[in-house]
Design a binder for this molecule. Structure first.
Ligand code: SAM
Ligand code: SF4
Length: 321
């Protein structure tokens, strides 16, 4: 079992397989042109898998593949199969913008993927385009339907933004309710790479919007998930992730690995240590030692609620959210 410096047990590894993306969501990527890390800087799937195997042996039992847009990476289904063949009962999930799911959902399912989180910020084509800076809605909706059709368990992520999509909170909830899938509303997390003019809704403001149509009751957290569950009066369960309250930090169970091999102990902070040299030279014990060092120094809590602290400069497209 992996234990961090604050006595929290860590069993959840989030692996970003690329920082590249086919969207440019305004809350995630800078407007200004910037260059991606060269492909040769990325760890290969074999190298990532060496570390994943060792992490599973150390007690990781939950893995989420993310990005950038993970479906852009060629042979992702082969990578998923490597993991699920190694430990078939691992809780293996993927977060995607959904755009490429019509072509990939079946292969992902066949490779052993069980669960998918798909980001859906609007049901209006022009608003989805305003956020992603591309005409995406039609394909994302097709992607959601395809994932459901092949039997993947789907959850939807929505980031409500003031004056942009905050009037669609109930519409997205109803869209998910009709399909019997859970939506999770995620507070916008300010970061230095996002557009300056964005303002997110706090958790309580998101709940106020839901209350315009529904009476809701709080269920609470399930396990160490950062999401708090709520129930509408007609029995639909939805989630809220409100990092500005950071209640969930006290039992944070996660560690993040970037596509370039950096281990990141907290989404808010810049600190990271690289396992790249260790895995590329086949020195797996060294990579595990680095993992344990990173966990020893894992911060106690994020600072999204701390008005005196600087805006986080961690790029979501690099860490995978
Ligand atoms: N490209 C995939 C996607 O969009 O689902 C996976 C990577 S994306 C970085 C993972 C999640 O982070 C998405 O649900 C996205 O909405 C969320 N995210 C990105 N930037 C965010 C921000 N500044 N605040 C809150 N959530 C953010
Ligand atoms: Fe791409 Fe996901 Fe970031 Fe949007 S949130 S730009 S889809 S990585």
């Amino acid at each position: 079992m992996l234990i961090d410096g604050h006595g929290r047990s860590v069993n959840y590894l989030r692996v970003s397989v690329t920082e590249r993306c086919n969207f440019r969501c305004r809350y995630c990527m800078p407007d200004k042109p910037f260059s991606w890390a060269p492909r040769e800087n990325l760890l290969s799937f074999e190298e990532l898998f060496l570390f994943i195997k060792a992490s599973i042996d150390e007690g990781i039992n939950k893995i989420r593949i993310t990005g950038g847009e993970p479906l852009l990476r060629t042979d992702l289904d082969g990578f998923i199969k490597m993991i699920s063949d190694y430990k078939s009962d691992i809780d293996l999930a993927l977060t995607t913008n959904g755009y490429l799911l019509p072509q990939t959902a079946q292969k992902l399912k066949d490779a052993g993927l069980k669960r998918l989180n798909i980001s859906l910020d609007s049901l209006k084509p022009e608003v989805a385009q305003q956020i992603a800076q591309k005409d995406v809605l039609k394909d994302v909706l097709k992607g959601i339907e395809k994932a459901l059709e092949v039997g993947l368990k789907v959850k939807i992520n929505m980031v409500p933004l003031k004056g942009i999509n905050d009037n669609e909170i109930v519409d997205i909830l109803d869209f998910c309710k009709e399909r019997n899938i859970e939506v999770r509303f995620i507070e916008y997390m300010e970061n230095a790479l996002a557009a300056d003019d964005l303002k997110g809704l706090l958790g309580k403001e998101i709940l106020e919007k839901v209350k315009e149509k529904y009476t809701i009751s709080k269920i609470g957290r399930e396990g160490e998930s950062p999401s708090f569950s709520y129930l509408t009066d007609d029995g639909y369960k939805f989630g809220l992730i409100d990092p500005h309250k950071h209640d969930f930090c006290e039992d944070c169970n996660r560690i993040r690995l970037t596509a370039e091999g950096n281990l990141i102990p907290c989404l808010y902070f810049d600190e990271a240590m690289s396992i790249k040299d260790a895995v590329q030279s086949g020195d797996v014990p060294k990579a595990v030692e680095i993992l344990k060092t990173v966990l020893k120094d894992k911060p106690k809590e994020n600072r999204w609620n701390d008005e005196d602290s600087e805006t986080s400069s961690r790029a979501f497209y690099e860490t995978g959210g």
